[in-house]
Design a protein around this ligand. Sequence first.
Ligand SMILES: [Zn+2]
Length: 511
Amino acid sequence: MSYARVLSVGLVGVSGHLVEVEADLSAGLPAVVLSGLPDTALSEARDRVRAAVVNSGERWPNRRITVNLLPAALPKHGSAFDLGIAAALLGAAGELPLVALDGVVILGELGLDGSVRPVRGVLPMVASALRAGVTRAVVPLANAAEAAVVPGVTVKAVETLHRLLAFVREGEALLDPPPEPPADDGSAPDLADVAGQALGRRAIEVAAAGGHHVAMFGPPGAGKTMLAERLPSVLPPLDDEAALEVSALHSVAGLLPTTGRLVRRPPFQAPHHSASLAALVGGGSGMARPGAVSLAHRGVLFLDEAPEFATRALEALRQPLESGRVQLNRTGGGVEYPARVQLVLAANPCPCARPEGDAACVCSPSARRRYLARLSGPLLDRIDIQIELFPVTAAELFTTGRAGEPSATVAARVRAARAAAEARWSSRGWRVNAEVSGAELRRPPWRLPLTDTLLARQQLDSGTLSARGFDRVLRLAWSVADLDGRDRPSRDDVEEALSLRMGGRRRGLHG
Ligand SMILES: [Zn+2]
């Protein structure tokens, strides 16, 4: 036999496609020809495969070897085809009866010594194979745990090329994936740790209920980061479909093998303001990797000290905030990643980050204005909740006691509120209040009586609230009503919404 083929998977973004790895041996000068749009890493496969085969004690076929990856039109990246190439090549040389590998996808990078090394994206690869009707996979041992979380696929693992060959020739056993590690215990940050801060806590709860973005302004020590970190703890856990989607993104980024379990909690990502554009929205060499905005998909993206981020970085977030997706264009084919996040911004009142009135602050009023103005415009425009926070005083600590309400209690209210909103809007394709169009809320049957919106209308007339800001107040009012179990917002709900919207008023950030 001088021809053989095995199955593997090629990944573009988080979607995989079955790839046939063909090998053909013919007379002629000894050489290896790889075809089927290989990128650089794949061309290097030639050298890795040769060394791995020889160092596994196999004979290298000294003939003209053609390896072809089909479909040819599909761009192929990375090193996950190595193991499949080695198997096809030895099969074509007549060294390996490949019948045991029929209907099995083979994934793994080869080390020069014949070891099988982990690759990124194994979870979405195995999930794609299943969608294409393939229910068996051989993966690197280090990726076995993440591959095994895909229900409906029988996963076996190898740590060396030799083990795969021994299985094919002698039927020796492959390795089983390690048992799934126990679910994460309750070590996530809890709202019970936040003392006082009634406005901040309420903002987090309303944000969770309605899917609203949040901006918090205030000096260091006002608890902005503590509050932001606790938003995921009051959001509903990810359902099966969302968990697979989020886990696939983390797998492509190479972050899953360390945990070996599905991501079940809404993720929290807090990139530093010095993070590169690639780290923030995605990029890197070869196939672009997901950035923080995609790793936070269906969870929370927190930008602390937001005005310190480069303008370019803040602008790059506009597209994902609008569409819920990131499009990364590059030579050799674009990649798209999901990126539906809840954004939380925090900012100090001035560039030196000292509390207001601190004698050591020498920032001029205009420097302070310029600093916060960096956020205005497209980004701040999308943020429903904008509040100002102050450090907790001793008196507040004393009156409210030490422990706040725990996240579990708040999460139960959020769950009920979300169910109410979904029942109301699902026929229109909206899930949460933050998605509802302003025009819809100003029309019957959702229009509120004039008396209930009086205060907001006065702000609109006096110009302290923009027309868009008015719609945001309406959305927030519905979230407040949902949380408190009312059919529709009351006058008090609208006024609370106004305070959640206008909390940045003193600094001229509202609108
Ligand atoms: Zn200052």
